[in-house]
Design a protein. Sequence first.
Length: 181
Amino acid sequence: MQTQTIKTELLLNGQKVSIGHQFLEDIVRNIPDTRENKAIFDILALSDNPSVKEDIASKDNLNKKTIHLLLEDTNQDVVDNVLSNRDLAKYIKEDVLFKIIKTDNIKHLKTIASNVEDYKKCDICKIVKKLANHKNPLIRYELVRWRPSEIITTKILKQLANDKDIDVAKEAQEELERRDK
């Protein structure tokens, strides 16, 4: 991913003032998250400042190109902010999501598992199956931790109810019991 140092100036009644990275970080948080600012967000997503990109990745009004650019970032917090943003997740393509899953980054996998129903352009059943069979119990636990989505089938829940990790098994069993009522 190519980044750039963004030169920022503030214009007050015709008077220019150059500002540094700290002011830019502060101001990015306060740029209204509106469609009209998508072009500004596109520029800021190219910043070499990770804090700026983290804030941009939390915005809801981003172009699809910017979303995919941020998903390729080397900063895991930038990627995680996109993955956990419901308004952005619906634009993530299945091949991109599986590429992230293949990195085996536990933080990303936990975020995907806890937000699985938000990935509208993906075969969610394939994602759930992949995550339900992950070797790390933290990933399996995220699928059942908070009142699991209806997307998680009874078959997967039964599998997780027999998980070797007691916490995963307990949460899955409780969800099965709730569904039986």
